[in-house]
Design a protein around this ligand. Structure first.
Ligand code: NAD
Length: 349
């Protein structure tokens, strides 16, 4: 039995989550996976009913679960609250409490989005990249401070912090194209030299994986001129923050971008986008990012590659048949709402 805490959140959160649940329930039936779904209040709506964006019952629910599937939080209604009471604070607290060290972001090009991307479609044909960004170390968490006439941020990493992230990259590369791009700035940074050393050392445990080391400036350039060369990318926190957003442009819409944040026990799965208040309650939001996040749950929490691919292929099939929500629609698309898109995907499983 896989216990999933379902936190729909605010704005479009409940709609996209409903869509993901239609799909995951169909997967459970088709692939014989036993789930227990328990819903919790989280974000602005939780603040409205419980006076806090991360109520005690939700914390308990999360602690008793194997994974968390989250919609999105936030919205103008809660923007003026005290920082601690804002929905986004709940998100930070949730992520911190789970000790998530690996942020995984797949970016895939679907030909139906040819008119939405800034590239010539021929550059993107077949692009399917997974970014693995280290989440707990680097400049964002190092010692920082202000002096009289300056300021500083420190980047620091331990071998173990690097190894646990990179190991995930090797494991994933082994199941995919057996190519791992490791991005650093080893010509300048000591932490990057350590990063490279750890990657090279771990490569001996995964000799079938070919490692390519790239400096981050060159990686940014290569992602634009030749994204087709990449498959699995591992990198440290700040480089990953920037490069994964750069790569996200390949997907053509925020509504297509799933994510997983992996820790030592309970993983968090959520779309990369926010609560899109401009679309909330109108059956217009694209549920695919959340549905693909559920596919990641099947892959990384349930260890069911077959079911994960079942979902990903169903998404491809529905898009190839010309169905699209407003954000990804082009000339000749059959425009559908959130609900119908989810139902079409579920039917294609
Ligand atoms: P956003 O991601 O919510 O929206 C940006 C744009 O993308 C909007 O035009 C929106 O309509 C569109 N969009 C987003 N998701 C979509 C989907 N599934 N289908 C179709 N279109 C989609 O970012 P924002 O407008 O900057 O933020 C809105 C609220 O969300 C804010 O309160 C912000 O703090 C919050 N937020 C939450 C998260 C999270 O929960 N992880 C992340 C980012 C922002």
């Amino acid at each position: 039995m896989v216990k999933v805490a379902v936190l729909p959140g605010d704005g479009i959160g409940p709609e996209i989550m409903e869509g993901a649940m239609v799909v995951i329930k169909k997967v459970a039936q088709t692939f014989g996976i036993d789930f227990e779904f328990r819903y919790g209040e989280f974000g602005g709506t939780a603040y409205d009913s419980a006076g806090t964006p991360f109520p005690r019952e939700t914390k308990k629910l999360v602690a008793e679960s194997d994974a968390v599937l989250l919609g999105a939080v936030g919205g103008p209604k809660w923007d003026n609250l005290d920082r601690k009471l804002r929905p986004e604070s709940a998100l930070l607290e949730l992520r911190k409490s789970l000790d998530l060290y690996c942020n995984l972001r797949p970016v895939k090009y679907y030909p139906i989005l040819a008119n939405k991307v800034a590239w010539k479609p021929s550059y993107l044909e077949g692009v399917d990249i997974v970014f693995l960004r280290e989440l707990t170390g680097g400049a964002y968490f190092g010692e920082k401070g202000k002096t009289e006439d300056g300021a500083y941020d420190t980047i620091s990493y331990t071998r173990d912090e690097i190894a646990r992230l990179v190991q995930r990259g090797f494991e994933l590369a082994q199941k995919r194209k057996k190519v791992l791009h490791s991005i650093d700035k080893a010509n300048v940074l000591e932490t990057s030299r350590l990063w490279r050393e750890v990657v090279t050392h771990l490569n001996s445990k995964y000799p079938d994986v070919k490692v390519e080391h790239l400096y981050v400036d060159n990686a940014a350039f290569q992602l634009v001129i030749n994204p087709q060369q990449f498959d699995v990318i591992v990198t440290e926190n700040m480089f990953g923050d920037i490069l994964s957003d750069q790569g996200a442009a390949i997907a053509g819409s925020l509504g297509m971008l799933p994510s997983a944040s992996l820790g030592s026990r309970i993983n968090l799965y959520e779309p990369a986008h926010g609560s899109a208040p401009d679309l909330a309650g109108q059956d217009k939001a694209n549920p695919i990012a959340t549905i693909l996040s559920a596919a990641l749950l099947l892959r990384f929490t349930c260890n069911r590659e077959d079911a994960a691919q079942g979902v990903e292929k169903a998404v491809e099939k529905v898009l190839a048949a010309g169905y699209a929500t407003g954000d990804i629609a082009g000339e000749g698309s059959k425009v559908v709402g959130t609900k119908e898109m989810a139902e079409l995907i579920a039917q294609s499983i």
